[in-house]
Write a protein that binds this ligand. Structure first.
Ligand code: AMP
Length: 284
């Protein structure tokens, strides 16, 4: 695996690859890699000629400075894991290289309501920072395919919408959620849970699995009411939201007939840790 820490070095290398018309699969991450990230690398390797993984803790998507400071930085271990997966290129740029003073790096897209509810309502500015860095990184890498996790459902839906509005010829591939044995979605934040909280956190996925079964007999509104009670009754837990939405537009649905794809999205705080999860309740 090659590692580049500057845009100039990365682009010099990738320009040669592009001349051969290679399909370049790109996996943007913030590091602290786990099985979920590695499943994206495997998908990129299986689909494309070439895989590029970035590790960049993007300061513009953190609404909470303490959260940014606490974010785990484990580049050496990440590089070892990526080598084991035979990833082709690791790109680990500096903040100054990504956001040089004077350069306009705004994402330039109007997401409307798509970005203002669910995560958007709880983390002001988060999605603007996320879209900014994804657009910037995709511009730098010049990938043909972008691999993202279903784990951050709203994020991948917004990136699809961004490339649609910008007319980018980039295929977004959304990969399934990698989970622990008890169903908890893998996340770099799970390491901040105490053993007791970690055990209780399995209740989030249990509730989503219940919602999937209930979708055959109950309405979205009924499921939201009962799921809210279930999540808030997990010891030490406080639900931020539980929504049932159209999988493309992210608009709330009142009936499962309203959209081809319907997804339940939730975020629950257990102790100080915010845990995101979702479940596709209906797909065509
Ligand atoms: P992050 O480093 O948290 O910004 O995540 C980088 C990418 O990995 C995003 O596309 C996430 O959706 C994806 N990802 C994170 N956790 C998981 C998981 N448990 N399963 C699948 N993909 C994931």
């Amino acid at each position: 695996m090659k590692q580049f820490n500057t845009i100039a070095d990365l682009q010099q290398y990738l320009n040669e690859k592009r001349q051969d018309n290679a399909a370049i699969g790109f996996v943007p991450t913030m590091g602290a890699l786990h099985e979920g990230h590695l499943s994206l690398i495997r998908a990129a390797k299986a689909t494309c000629d070439f895989s590029v993984c970035s590790v960049f803790v993007n300061p513009t998507q953190f609404d909470d400075k303490g959260d940014l400071d606490r974010y785990p930085r484990t580049l050496e271990t990440d590089a070892k894991l990526l080598t084991t997966e035979a990833n082709d290129v690791l790109f680990a740029p500096s903040v100054d290289d990504i956001y040089p003073p004077g350069l306009n790096t705004a994402h330039g897209v109007d997401f409307g309501h798509m970005a203002s509810h669910m995560e958007g309502a709880h983390r002001p500015g988060h999605f603007d920072g996320m879209a900014q860095v994804v657009r910037r990184l995709v511009d730098i890498v010049g990938c043909t395919h972008l691999f993202m996790g279903q784990k951050d459902y709203q994020q991948q839906a917004l990136c699809r919408e961004m490339f649609r509005q910008l007319n980018y010829d980039v295929e977004v591939v959304t990969c399934p959620i990698a989970r622990e044995a008890d169903g908890l979605a893998m996340s770099s934040r799970n390491r901040h849970l105490s053993p007791e909280e970690r055990k209780n956190a399995a209740g989030i996925n249990m509730t989503l699995r219940w919602a999937k079964e209930a979708a055959t007999i109950l309405s979205p509104l009924q499921i939201i009411g009962l799921a809210t009670d279930m999540l808030n009754s997990i010891p030490g837990a406080r639900m931020d939201y539980f929504e049932i939405v159209d999988g493309i537009t992210l608009e709330r649905v009142n009936s499962f007939d309203e959209a081809d794809t319907v997804v339940a999205c939730t975020t629950v705080r257990i102790g100080k840790v915010r845990l995101l999860d979702n479940m596709i309740l209906k797909a065509v």
